[in-house]
Design a protein around this ligand. Structure first.
Ligand code: NAD
Ligand code: UFG
Length: 336
């Protein structure tokens, strides 16, 4: 039996694949390479000594997905594939709704057709919207403020409805907070196309000399130093949460949403200072206006993951920054 990993050549997916292969699981990856390259597979093989089966296909392509399930004995799916840039989603919303929502519906239809009803889904803390106060708890009301967030919320609704309609489904929706860091080998890591939107890739590209300076989006929030506070989580800890979730599927009747965060908040300037301390490199920055749509503080209540999955984050901020820097300094141009 194999696990199907959609989006398995991407940032989080490739780290999950490493941990799954190390744990002895058989893995089949489906990815259309829209935001990744097969070079990550070479690196995964270098780290684990094993090469996962890779199929280049789009999850929206029903015939291709059917042949994946026909040719491989799939026991469960971890579904990472999706478009994820908030800003871009406001410019090309139809692409986001089609890729993320239609793609997930096609995947679910094919899973149902082949009686594979075990799923772990990549959701996001973005489903808490802007009206809840941190720490964010799974029972809080959800909402979305942009098309990307809407796709995650819609998919969660679809998963809850599907699980209600047929008790054979076991689904865990993992709500990730802010994944950063890289595998400690420095061989795989985050490799964004173009100018990064997220804080850590931006900071590390400034540190490595690819970008000139960081814009800190606002220093007048009601936080420890006025800059935005987020719950950063090491990507390897996040990957390990997926292994625990796959195991926990056997005790899920229906669909359950679980936060994956550390429960700690860190400000933008705390990140910048920690990055300077660990890398020994300066990170020039300027204070800029707030970024539209940002909120002051986002961090998780992470108790359910501990209670239900037996998981908690083990890597601290120093580990996250050290591993980010190792990846970026060893691979200044990503996988190129
Ligand atoms: P990523 O872009 O590195 O990985 C996503 C992968 O999915 C890519 O390899 C891409 O080529 C592939 N893909 C996209 N659309 C596809 C399709 N239609 N068919 C087949 N493959 C497709 O992103 P990531 O950071 O690894 O994120 C993985 C998942 O986690 C995404 O669903 C994302 O929305 C979610 N998530 C990410 C973050 C974050 O900050 N990175 C936070 C919360 C949730
Ligand atoms: N920031 C800067 N400068 C930058 C980039 C970010 O100051 O160049 C600040 C932001 O204002 C924010 C913090 O750094 O205060 C983190 O910003 P990110 O863009 O790295 O992360 P977000 O929390 O805004 O968004 C992330 C994911 C989204 C997801 C959201 C909620 O990118 O996909 O978390 O989980 F929806």
């Amino acid at each position: 039996m194999s696990l199907l990993i959609t989006g398995g050549t991407g940032y989080i997916g490739s780290h999950a694949v490493v941990e799954l292969l190390n744990a002895g699981d058989d893995v089949v990856i489906v990815d259309n390479l829209s935001n990744s390259s097969t070079k990550s597979l070479d690196r995964v093989e270098h780290i684990t000594g094993k090469r996962p089966i890779f199929i280049k296909a789009d999850i929206c392509d029903k015939a291709a997905m059917e042949s994946v399930f026909r040719e491989h004995d799939i026991s469960a799916v971890i579904h990472f594939a999706g478009l994820k840039a908030v800003g871009e989603s406001t410019q090309i919303p139809l692409s986001y709704y089609h890729n993320n929502v239609t793609g997930t519906i096609v995947l679910l239809e094919v899973m149902k057709q082949f009686s594979v009803k075990n799923l772990v889904f990549s959701s996001s803390a973005t489903v808490y919207g802007e009206n809840n106060l941190s720490p964010l708890i799974e029972t809080m009301p959800t909402s979305a403020t942009n098309p990307y967030g809407q796709t995650k919320l819609m998919i969660e609704h679809i998963l809850f409805d599907l699980a209600k309609s047929d008790p054979q489904w076991s689904i865990i929706s993992l709500r990730y907070f802010n994944p950063i860091g890289a595998h400690h080998s420095g061989l795989i890591g985050e490799n964004p196309n173009g100018i990064p939107n997220n804080l850590l890739p931006f900071v590390s590209q400034v540190a490595v000399g690819r970008l000139q300076q960081l814009s800190v989006f606002g220093d007048d929030y009601d936080t420890i130093d006025g800059t935005g506070v987020r719950d950063y989580i090491h990507v390897v800890d996040l990957a390990l949460a997926h292994l625990k979730a796959v195991t926990a599927l056997s005790k899920v009747d229906g669909c359950i949403a679980i936060n994956v965060g550390t429960g700690n908040g860190t400000s933008v300037l705390q990140i910048v200072n920690k990055f300077k301390e660990i890398s020994g490199v300066d990170v020039p920055y300027q204070i800029s206006p707030r970024r539209p749509g940002d909120i002051a503080t986002v961090f998780a209540k992470a108790d359910l993951a501990n209670e239900f999955l037996g998981w908690q984050a083990e890597r601290n901020l120093d580990d996250m920054i050290r591993d980010t820097w190792r990846w970026q300094s060893q691979n200044p141009n990503g996988f190129e």
